[in-house]
Design a protein around this ligand. Sequence first.
Ligand code: EPU
Length: 349
Amino acid sequence: MKDIRDYSLLAHNTFGTDAKCKRFLEYSSVEEAQQIVAGLTAADQPLLILGGGSNLLLTGDYEGTVIHSAIKGIEVLDNETLAAGGENLKNPDFVFLNCGSGEVFDDVVAYAVEHGYHGAENLSIIPGEVGASAVQNIGAYGVEAKDIIYKVETVEIATGKVVVFDNQDCQYSYRQSRFKHEWKDKYLVTHVIYRLSKHFVPDLDYGNIRTSLTAKGIENPTAQQLRDVIIEIRNAKLPDPKVQGNAGSFFMNPIVEKAKYEELAAQYPGMPHYTIDAGHEKIPAGWMIEQCGWKGKSLGRAGVHDKQALVLVNRGGATGQEIVNLCETIRKDVKQKFGIDIHPEVNVK
Ligand code: EPU
């Protein structure tokens, strides 16, 4: 267990902002998580439960306690283990992977691809850790974490009890879960059990996956080929945080009423969109930001990535506040041009 006062979070946020927290606590097992919650006092508030820091913008020092999981491990649960948990899962079609919340999420994807466990390929190289996948419902290329999450094991902060949630309990939707709302700061995630398929049914319909594969002469990709092409597409569009600080998509794509979408579609015939249901459409915020002229532009040392306008970048030495200023200016411009409010996906602290 780690318990450090006045700790620099520089290595814990991909925006590369140098901020400190008053106290940093890290657990490497369920027991340590229980020890941590038992020792918390009012002086530790507010809490910030941190994953890989790939979805976080620190605007200054954090006057509270940061809690981080360092629980490692990727373990195939056998039917007996699952049966011991009261389940009857002798299903030959699936594999259940129990992963420590501090494990790097992409290491799980790589492990799954290597072993022939399927369903996670499109989530390749999303930065961040296993715990955050269950909180944030991370997603890319038509797949979301919720599609492979089976159970989420947590320690309840108020009681120290181990509480295991089913996928359904977590009420997942686009980049949302109960962990971000009524369960916020109430649970520490310790393990996530993913349910993967032994059969490979590739999901190639999103964006340019299929055309990228065709360009390589691949019609029926293997899981590894699909992973490789996703990595290539992402690397071409998204900046490497080791080179230029960023937190991936800065904004969520807004979901709007059908009537609003139709009004805009008449005005902008080429506008990309994704149908959510009969009454709602999702409009890419990156497209709107580009239409506002922000792609590749900067405000102070904060900038908009030149290959993907949804990504804000630290051009070098930007403070969290400079990035917030850019965020607010963009939000105002998008609102003015399209009449739509866009909201950060990134956790601004
Ligand atoms: N677009 C533009 N200009 C831009 C960016 C996008 O016109 O600068 C257009 C694209 O041409 C496309 C549409 O907007 O028609 C969607 O773009 P893209 O497929 O690149 O995805 P996105 O909606 O911008 C989302 C996720 C990404 C994920 C991609 C691929 C969110 C907030 N972001 O971005 O996730 O990789 O889809 O599935 O939903 C992340 O969360 O950090 C992240 C990178």
